[in-house]
Write a protein that binds this ligand. Structure first.
Ligand SMILES: Nc1ncnc2c1ncn2[C@@H]1O[C@H](COP(=O)(O)OP(=O)(O)O)[C@@H](O)[C@H]1O
Ligand SMILES: [Mg+2]
Length: 228
C-alpha cells in the first residue's frame, strides 16, 4: 500500500486580483523506501504541493490517501492527528526554537503526539544518534552551526517515526559539503524502507540522490530524469 497516493489534485488561490490555478491535476504515488525529488521553477507550486501532502493546506480538488486512508474526509482534527504521527517536515530554514536545547526541540513533537514522558529520552537519543548529533544534545539550538541545525531539524522530523518525510529545499542554506551530508542521512533513511522521502529542490545535485524525479510546471507534474 502506498504511503502517498494523490490523484488529480488541484489548488487555486483566490485574492483581489482573481484566482490562480497553482496545481491543476497532479497525480503522484510514493511508497515506503522511495525517495522522490520534485523540481520546477520558482512559483510553480512546489511548496503548495508539499503543504498539501503534509496536511497543512487543503486542496481545492482531487483525492489524497495516506497509508490507504482518505485524508480529505478526515476533518481538521483527524488531519492534525495524522500529521503529528505520520509526517515529518524539514524546511529550508530549520525553524528550531533557538532558545531551547536540541533535546527540547526534539521533545516538542513527542509531547504533541502524546508520547509518555519516560518513553521520550530513548526516542530523542535514537534520532540524534542517526544524524551524529548526540554530543550536542544539551546545547541551545542557537549555538549550533548551520549544518548541525539542519541535522537537528532532520532528527526532529524523524523522532516520531513518520511514514513520510517532506523536505522543502533542505540544503538551500548550506554549503555543498553540509548539503551532501544532509542528503546522505535522507538516503539512509529511505534505504531502511520504512519511510517515504519527498524532497523539493531546484538543485540537480540534490535531485541526483533521489530514485525518481518530477517537474512541476504549469500546474502539472511530469516525471523527469534525475542525473546520476
Ligand atoms: N497564500 C497564497 N495566496 C495566494 N497566492 C499564493 C499563496 N501561496 C502561494 N501563492 C502563489 O502560488 C504560486 C506557487 O507558490 P509556491 O507553492 O510557493 O511555489 P514554489 O514553492 O514552487 O516557489 C506562486 O505564484 C505564489 O505567489
Ligand atoms: Mg517554495
Amino acid at each position: 500500500m502506498p504511503v502517498i497516493e494523490v490523484s488529480d489534485l488541484a489548488r487555486e488561490y483566490t485574492n483581489g486580483a482573481g484566482s490562480t490555478k497553482v496545481l491543476n491535476g497532479v497525480s503522484l504515488v510514493v511508497h515506503a523506501g522511495d525517495m522522490v525529488a520534485i523540481m520546477g521553477p520558482s512559483g510553480s507550486g512546489k511548496s503548495t504541493l508539499l503543504s498539501i501532502l503534509g496536511l497543512l493546506l487543503a486542496p481545492t480538488g482531487g483525492c489524497y490517501r495516506m497509508n490507504g486512508q482518505d485524508m480529505l474526509s478526515l476533518g481538521r482534527s483527524g488531519q492534525s492527528a495524522f500529521r503529528r504521527h505520520s509526517v515529518g517536515f524539514v524546511f529550508q530554514k530549520c525553524n528550531l526554537v533557538e532558545t531551547a536545547t536540541v533535546y527540547e526541540n526534539l521533545e516538542f513533537p513527542l509531547i504533541y503526539a502524546g508520547v509518555r514522558r519516560r518513553d521520550r529520552p530513548p526516542r530523542i537519543r535514537e534520532a540524534l544518534a542517526r544524524v551524529n548529533l548526540l554530543h550536542r544534545m544539551d546545547y541551545a539550538a542557537s549555538l549550533l552551526s548551520g549544518g548541525e541545525q539542519q541535522r537537528a531539524a532532520i532528527a526532529r522530523a524523524l523522532v516520531n517515526h513518520p511514514s513520510v518525510v517532506l523536505a522543502d529545499e533542505p540544503t538551500g542554506q548550506l554549503d555543498r559539503r553540509n548539503g551532501q551530508l544532509i542528503m546522505e542521512h535522507l538516503v539512509r533513511l529511505a534505504a531502511e524502507g520504512e519511510t517515504a522521502v519527498v524532497i523539493v529542490t531546484h538543485d540537480p545535485e540534490v535531485a541526483a540522490f533521489c530514485h525518481r524525479g518530477y517537474v512541476l510546471d504549469d500546474g502539472v507534474l511530469s516525471e523527469a530524469p534525475v542525473a546520476t
